[in-house]
Design a protein around this ligand. Structure first.
Ligand code: XIL
Length: 334
């Protein structure tokens, strides 16, 4: 996937999420990342509870190992993530009734982590999943259960972007969100519409946001139909018309345990069509999958959801880390 990237008419990163354990212990895994990808996203190691497990204790070793691996192999790093409602350690939740303390922790966290990686990380998911799933009527559709929102309201987003931009003005700063692939401007509760209106408010307040990352976790088989590539193309254009960049940040296509030849072909065609959508928009900066091999889907969030191993089979390499039809389909698009 990587070897053809320099032949593209414009640079686009082809990336994957990586976990530190297989990266250090599984040579085929490490070799595949190094040879096939030009960008990595740490799957978990930069999340709050892992990188900042105790007050005033930052645990950078795992995330540093990924960043060092990337540097050695001339791979860019997409930082994930600074402000999320999940992966919050107990010591932070315990202070939920003290907004001033939560705000101070939030600022210290963002300043410390982005200063540590300044110049080593070219782009950040500054805010992850700020939009609610249901009952959009409250909080302008934003996720009110987030401790950051509870303490600061919507302003937590402004604070986060401004802090990161001041520390590392060269970094490209994103909001990363799922379930926002299809914009319906006629429906105020449409998750993407909520995001779109949020972005317009941020721009009005001159918040330094540079892009929107679309997770594109999709499902196929068992009667599930993924979003159409055309819908994603239209949505991306709406955001790039606002002067923003876009990217596909966490694609996977779960087959829900059914792995038939026709389904694998459909999965491949779908991967190819989504990559084509990104490549057709001159402001789409990258295409990343959430992991690359079904071998470690047991580490992946899809399996964690059900406790079943190999539930998803949603990635371009199989359980033996050999390329699937999806891999060749992606390659043919590059
Ligand atoms: C997931 C990881 O893949 C799992 O290992 C972890 O247990 C939970 O988080 N959206 C995101 C990612 O932005 O951070 C999530 O990653 C998957 C959904």
């Amino acid at each position: 996937l990587r070897s053809t990237a320099n032949l593209l008419p414009r640079p686009i990163h082809i990336g994957t999420a990586v976990a530190v354990n297989p990266l250090m212990t599984d040579t085929l895994y490490a070799r595949t990342v190094a040879s096939q990808y030009s960008m990595v996203t740490p799957e978990n190691d930069m999340k709050f509870q892992f990188i900042h497990p105790q007050p005033n204790i930052y645990a950078f070793a795992e995330a540093d190992a990924i960043v060092d691996f990337a540097r050695q192999n001339k791979i860019a790093v997409h930082g994930h993530t600074l402000a999320w409602h999940e992966a919050i350690p107990q010591w932070v939740s315990a202070m939920e009734n003290d907004p001033a303390k939560i705000t101070a922790i939030f600022r210290d966290h963002i300043i410390t982590v982005t200063s540590h990686y300044k110049g080593k990380i070219t782009e950040w998911d500054v805010v992850n999943e700020p939009v609610r799933d249901l009952n959009m009527d409250e909080n302008a559709g934003l996720r009110g259960s987030s401790p950051w929102f509870k303490a600061m309201g919507e302003e937590y987003i402004d604070i986060a972007f401004n802090l990161v931009h001041n520390i590392d003005p060269a970094a490209k700063l994103y909001i990363n969100e799922y379930g926002v692939e299809e914009l319906d401007e006629t429906d105020p509760d449409n998750k993407c519409n909520v995001l779109y209106r949020l972005v317009k408010r941020l721009q009005k307040r001159h918040v330094p946001i540079h892009g929107i990352a679309f997770q594109v976790h999709e499902d196929m088989g068992k009667g599930k139909t993924p979003v159409t590539p055309d819908a994603l193309a239209r949505t991306m254009k709406k955001f790039t018309d606002l002067g923003l960049e876009v990217r596909v940040s966490e694609m996977d296509v779960s087959l829900h345990g059914t792995e038939t030849a026709p389904l694998l072909s459909r999965q491949a065609a779908y991967y190819k069509a989504i990559l084509a959508v990104c490549m057709a928009n001159p402001k789409c900066s990258g295409f990343s999958t959430w992991g690359f091999t079904d071998r470690y889907s047991s580490l992946g969030w899809r399996d964690n959801e059900t406790g079943k191993v190999n539930y998803g089979n949603g990635l371009p390499f199989d359980e033996r880390s050999q390329p699937k039809e999806a891999y060749y389909a992606l390659l043919s698009q590059l």
